[in-house]
Design a protein around this ligand. Structure first.
Ligand code: TYC
Length: 103
């Protein structure tokens, strides 16, 4: 029987199916200084967006303030944020990105 006593036993239930990991959105934030072409190249290289998609996403961020660059597991999302931030800083741009969990 499960833990009816007040002791420290823990019951582990077997399950065949594993839960899918929670996914994280990488958000791109607008600023006044990062060149549009740099944002498009980042979306293309790091987020594997087509040129056309990359332009649409960049323009949406430019007009709305933020937008989703991609959706990944937590590790991958955080790595993208770090890599793109480092690339932006190397080139002297203030571009910011953040990762946030879905739902
Ligand atoms: N607003 C920038 C400009 O006018 C372009 C830009 C777009 C910057 C998206 C950041 O995430 C961004 N040069």
């Amino acid at each position: 029987s499960p833990n009816t006593g007040g002791d420290q036993r823990t019951q582990t239930l077997e399950r065949t199916q594993t839960d899918r990991p929670r996914l994280w959105r990488v958000l791109l934030l607008n600023d006044d200084y990062t060149p549009m072409e740099f944002v498009v190249s980042v979306l293309s290289r790091y987020f594997r967006r087509s040129e056309q998609d990359a332009r649409l996403i960049m323009l949406a961020v430019h007009h709305k303030g933020q937008g989703v660059a991609g959706v990944y597991t937590r590790d991958v999302a955080e790595t993208k944020v770090a890599q793109v931030s480092a690339q932006a800083r190397r080139e002297g741009y203030p571009l910011r990105l953040v990762a946030e969990p879905e739902a």
